[in-house]
Design a protein around this ligand. Structure first.
Ligand code: 5AD
Length: 350
């Protein structure tokens, strides 16, 4: 599929044609990665962040308006054991870009998980040093997630003010570095950030393919009222007809196109999508998705990790969600994944 065709699909509003696109994506998903929906237990390890990303509710500019937390080793071990108890194959350790989560602390946790559980480990800790990426991989970390958020340089710089004294890191370079180290490498974007045109989004989707990603996270942009982007400040003005909407249908179109272009990748039906509507999770699974990330963060921390408002998992009890999600997966004719759920693309060594 070329860029013109991608843009045509992004602008398609005929429901019957879109239903065909979703069916095609579902068929590709079935043939390439099968019926299994892999469950990854999410651990939101710290809401401390040194970055000022203008869309994110836990950015450094939020200052003291939200209490900050950093989980200790015991709390993290508890989450990992919960993942094992629920039969999840993977834990995803996510946090703000918090340098207080030191390289050594993360290494200790990885070593403990590897010595005591069969879990695969995905890290999503932002832009860290190459030495840390290497140490963590050596300690046993399997995967690394770093969304590039947008392939457009001007938009990237608009929404990510540089941290004082730091040069702008090139996330495409970091992703190549991660792949080179041997990680299953994931990235992704938000759909409908102010200033994101159909042209930019088509380039994002082509970048997924060019980067040869093993995992791709795609969710709608949800404005956070306490962020400058959420307040509508300093937004890149583009004609209304070119602005990508941040709704459920558009997110599903992007998921479907991504599945068709990157057949063997792991594609989560994201929490952001399920935040827009209750049946968002199933919709994501029906148009290309094959992964769900149940939240295992202790309830007392969840509301402090509000990267966007009304996050669907904020009050969900991990135990209850675990029982419900398995029924919901089976209700749409899919199976609950067993084992680690490595990316077929990674296992095929490309
Ligand atoms: N709306 C939707 N997604 C968001 N993220 C951060 N803030 C928001 C928001 N307001 C996404 C980013 C980040 C991931 C962890 O969460 O894409 O990479």
């Amino acid at each position: 599929m070329n860029k013109t065709e991608i843009i045509q699909w992004l602008q398609e509003r005929d429901q019957a044609k879109l239903a065909e696109l979703f069916l095609q994506a579902d068929k590709v998903r079935k043939e390439s990665v099968g019926e299994a929906v892999h469950l990854r237990g999410l651990i939101e390890a710290s809401n401390i962040c040194s970055r000022q990303c203008r869309y994110c509710g836990i950015n450094a500019d939020q200052g003291h308006s939200i209490p900050r937390y950093r989980m200790n080793l015991d709390e993290m071990k508890h989450c990992a054991l919960l993942a094992q108890e629920y039969g999840y194959g993977t834990i995803v350790v996510q946090a703000g870009e918090d340098y207080g989560l030191t390289g050594a602390f993360i290494t200790d946790f990885i070593k403990w998980v590897k010595a005591n559980t069969p879990l695969a480990i995905t890290l999503s800790l932002g832009e860290r040093s190459e030495a840390e990426f290497r140490d963590w991989h050596e300690a046993g970390a399997d995967r690394y997630l770093l969304r590039f958020e947008t392939s457009d340089t001007a938009l990237y710089q608009n929404i990510h003010p540089p941290v004082k004294g730091q040069k702008h890191h090139d996330r495409f370079e970091i992703l190549k570095q991660l792949k080179g180290i041997g990680y299953e490498t994931g990235s992704g974007v938000m759909v409908g950030i102010p200033g994101q045109s159909y042209d930019i989004l088509a380039n994002d989707i082509l970048s997924f393919q060019n980067l040869g990603l093993h995992m791709i996270g795609i969710g709608p942009y949800i404005p956070h009222p306490d962020t400058s982007l959420g307040k509508g400040e300093n937004i890149i003005e583009i004609p209304a007809s070119e602005q990508v909407p941040n709704n459920q249908m558009m997110t599903c179109i992007v998921l479907a196109l991504t599945r068709i272009l990157c057949p063997e990748t792991n594609l989560p039906s994201t929490t952001a999508l399920s935040t827009l509507s209750d049946e968002g999770r199933e919709q994501g699974l029906n148009c290309g998705g094959n992964v769900i990330m149940p939240n295992l963060t202790p309830i007392k921390y969840r509301k402090l990790y509000e990267i966007y408002p009304a996050k669907s998992c904020i009050k969900e009890d991990a135990d209850m969600f675990n029982k419900q999600i398995k029924d919901r997966i089976e209700a749409i004719g899919r199976t609950v994944g067993t084992g680690r759920g490595d990316s077929v693309k990674f296992t095929n060594k490309c």
